[in-house]
Structure formats: C-alpha cells, structure tokens
Design a protein around this ligand. Sequence first.
Ligand SMILES: Nc1ncnc2c1ncn2[C@@H]1O[C@H](COP(=O)(O)OP(=O)(O)OP(=O)(O)O)[C@@H](O)[C@H]1O
Ligand SMILES: [Mg+2]
Length: 386
Amino acid sequence: MEAHLGAYRLLRRIGRGGMAEVYLGMRQGAFGFQRRVVVKCLHDHLCGSPDAETRFVEEAQLGSLLEHSNIVPVLDLGISGGRLFMVMEYVDGLDLKTLLAGHGALSLGLALHVGRCVSRGLAYAQALRDPGGQALGIVHRDVSPSNILIARDGSVKLADFGVAKAAGREKTRAGVVKGKYAYMSPEQVEQRELDGRSDLFSLGAVLYEAVTGERLFVGNGPLEIMEAVREAGVVGALEALRGEVSPLGPLLGRALCRGREERFADARELERALAAALIEHGSAHPEEQLGAAVAEVLGRAERAEAPGEDSHASTLESRAAEVARSLQQEESVTQHFQRAAPVDAQKLQAMPGGLATSAGSVSESSVTSRYQLRRLQGEGEGEGEE
Ligand SMILES: Nc1ncnc2c1ncn2[C@@H]1O[C@H](COP(=O)(O)OP(=O)(O)OP(=O)(O)O)[C@@H](O)[C@H]1O
Ligand SMILES: [Mg+2]
C-alpha cells in the first residue's frame, strides 16, 4: 500500500470492513496546512470489479448529500493508482463499541443522549428529498455500536451510511446480507424491502446494549443470531430492565416491535420520545458526562500503553512518556512539514480557527490509544464482526 492517496497521507490503519479498509490520514495542503481525516479505501481484491466500484462511488455520493451535526461527513471521493477511496471527517474519540468495552454499561441519561443524537441524524437523513421534492428514502442499514462515534466533547455522530441506499438506486444482491447480524431488523434478516423503521429497530438493540452491557440478540453463529432477530422476542429482556434504566423498557418495546407498523412512525418520533425521557430522567449535561467517560477510557489506554509503567506513578511522568512516544511517531510528518512549510508557525497559531499546534505536530495520541485499547481487549487490528 502506498503511503499517499492523492493529497492524503495514510498514517495508520484503524479498521477493516467488508468492502474497505479504514485509515487515519492527513490532508496535506499548501504552506504546511494539515488536517486529520479518515480515508476509506476499497479493498485491493475489489478494485476493478465494476459492481463493487459502482457501489462504493454511489455510497460516497449519497454520503456527500448528508450534512448534519450528528452524521460523520464524507468530504471527498478520489482514485489513485486505480484504487478508489473516500475521505471522511476524523472524529477524535471512541466508537460506542469500544466505549462500552472500556467503561461498561452507560447510565440511563447517557444512553438517552446517545439515542437522541443518533435518531436526530437518522431523522435528518430520512427527511431528505431530491430537488424535485421526491423523498430519497434513505435507510442506514448498519446502525451498530461501531458506527456510532463519540468525540471527547461528548458529541455523537453516526458513521458509515456505507450500506445505505436511496430508494430507486438500490440493487439488492441475492444471498448477500449486509451489516451486523445482532443489530439487524427482522425485515432485514428476511431480506425484505426496508424503510427507515428498520434503523429504529437497530437503534433499539444498540440502546439495550448500552444500558446493560449485553447484546440483545445472541446465538451460536450468524444463523442463530438472525433467527433470534427474526423472532424479536424481547419482552422478557425488557421487563428485566430494573432500577434506573427501567423507564427505557416501554420506549425500547416500541422501537423493537417485530412488525414495523407498530414501531415509532419514523426517527423524528423516536427522537421526541428520547428527548422527553431525557428531560424526565436524564441529567442536565449528558454531553459533558459522556465526553468525560470517553476521556477517561482513552486516558486509561494511554497509561496502559506506557511500557513497564506503575499504574500509580505520577501522571506527570506518564504524560512525559506519552509525549515522547507521540513525538517519535510524528517525526516523519514533522520532518516533512518542516521542509515543506516556510511559514511563520506563530502566525498560523494566532489565526482564528488556525492550527492549534505548530506545523507538523498534530498529535496521533488519541488514535494510538484507541488502537491500544482494542489490542488490550484482544480484538486485534481490523478484526471483523461475527
Ligand atoms: N470518521 C472516523 N473517525 C474516527 N474513527 C473512525 C471513523 N470511521 C471509522 N472509525 C473507526 O474505525 C473503526 C472501524 O471502522 P469500519 O467502518 O471499518 O468498521 P466497522 O464500523 O466495525 O464496520 P462497518 O462500518 O463495516 O459495519 C470504527 O469502529 C471506528 O472506531
Ligand atoms: Mg464503520
């Protein structure tokens, strides 16, 4: 793999899905300009496949239509050396799957906040229309913990409308069931035509997991899991929600109805229900608390990363070790920009919205930490789902 794709320098692989590999990248511009991005590259073995390439391009085009604070924006689509790639905004934080693994189950207030943000993003996408006023009929199809990204400030963004399709552009593939089995809707498992209510079911399964730390639909292997989803027998599990999280039961009961006619009518309706529950039961500042949880998990991973470190050692020492390590990692980028950037770094720093750090010193420590956290969890780099 070349280290550059067009104007993007690839720094580190952070994920691997069915169609593409995901990298942390750096957008390089004039005068030492740089900005972290995420670059998603079509797998080598799919390059040259007209079917895969068409889907990839269509997905990027669909992504380019979505502009909302609760959706990770697609910034660019490119081709380099015959390889298609899509560029997304980098979210400096953790995905919900990693957060749950590092923090444990969320409080009711935090889960309601995550649910409200995701349903807000979905409501926006579901309401999108073409210039002629025709509803686009966008369905995400892969609402799952690893596609919900939470930044250090507690903001929540839904990523990867990657298997989303606008109605009319959809090409179904017999035998290909996309997404992660445990978060599919019954109609998705049955490969029926989907509408936005499929995503509400998926979000229901995600929120159940967020407050319990347990998957709602389990089984030995994909077939058993899909059978559990198809049956959608959730009553017992929801009735067992006790204590603080019990108010979530009736709400999830509606999102997780087997028949979509009985669910919330659309994401806007679910969002309103979650917002009302948040006012009644939640905390005043869920965003701050969620951001603190993300920072705490990332901080723990950073400390665990320090070789031979006593976990009770002074934070100052560990911070010093961390800075030294990140400087080593960034050396190549720094050297590059020092050569390429005959500009006054102080001036750049003083510019409103300008570089927060001097040219070439953008930190990768949060990405390193996330990577380390996954390794500590024994997941390994780029491991797929089920
Ligand atoms: N825009 C982004 N900013 C920051 N991290 C990201 C971004 N996109 C993806 N990631 C990280 O990379 C991980 C892997 O992403 P990827 O989309 O390849 O896998 P996935 O989400 O597990 O699977 P899929 O999206 O195919 O269902 C994510 O879980 C997340 O931690
Ligand atoms: Mg993803």
